[in-house]
Design a protein around this ligand. Structure first.
Ligand SMILES: CC(C)(COP(=O)(O)OP(=O)(O)OC[C@H]1O[C@@H](n2cnc3c(N)ncnc32)[C@H](O)[C@@H]1OP(=O)(O)O)[C@@H](O)C(=O)NCCC(=O)NCCS
Length: 170
């Protein structure tokens, strides 16, 4: 059965949280001491904060499902990336996560296309994306959609400070 994409609602908070925790841990988990990782996942990716994001009228979240089971998601919302040129109505791609078991099959691209369709209608809006400076695969992925590095900032997990690139699609 092919994978389906649909807009998520607050009722999907548990599923979205589970994907965020699993993908973040399998992708970046080795980079942080376990207690810092757990605190970060609890503060940002547990069902509570994920539900608040889903309830935010400026947020939009797309869920990727395999036979009704969530295997990926894309979350967008009001931009919070620190850049002098950011405008009040600009949109930030907050998270794009596909479980490792389902990566490399074009599903990330399909989530991105559903999001861009929303972003560009009725008017094309400016898109901001924060990406880890060493996540070369994701940087290649975003470059395909016209995202260009325009700045940097520090992403804080516990005592770790990671250099992040700020990308913009004008
Ligand atoms: C980035 C991500 C969403 C792409 O989803 P996907 O379904 O694998 O993407 P697609 O199959 O549509 O496209 C594959 C492209 O994604 C990029 N990519 C990024 N990370 C990748 C990974 N771990 N494995 C494979 N491709 C990856 C590459 O550009 C790849 O293109 P390539 O064949 O030229 O190398 C997915 O790999 C993922 O969730 N990675 C872990 C979390 C992450 O890094 N998210 C982005 C944080 S900003």
């Amino acid at each position: 059965m092919s994978l389906q994409i649909r807009r998520a609602t607050p009722a999907d908070a548990d599923a979205v949280s589970a994907i965020a925790v699993a993908t973040y841990t399998e992708t970046f988990g080795d980079s942080y001491p376990p207690q810092d990782l757990q605190a970060f996942l609890h503060d940002h990716y547990s069902p509570g904060p994920q539900r608040r994001e889903l309830e935010d009228p400026r947020s939009a979240v797309w869920l990727l499902e395999d036979a009704g089971q969530a295997v990926g998601y894309l979350a967008a919302g009001a931009n919070t990336l620190p850049h002098a040129d950011a405008g009040a109505d600009d949109v930030e791609l907050k998270r794009l996560y596909v479980l490792a078991s389902h990566q490399g099959g074009g599903h990330g691209a399909r989530l991105m296309e559903a999001f861009l369709q929303w972003l560009d209608h009725p008017l094309r809006r400016t898109l901001w994306v924060g990406v880890w400076s060493e996540n070369f695969g994701a940087q290649r992925f975003y470059a395909r959609y016209g995202c260009v590095q325009v700045g940097t900032y520090d992403f804080v997990v516990g005592d770790s400070r990671d250099l992040e690139f700020i990308l913009r699609r004008p």
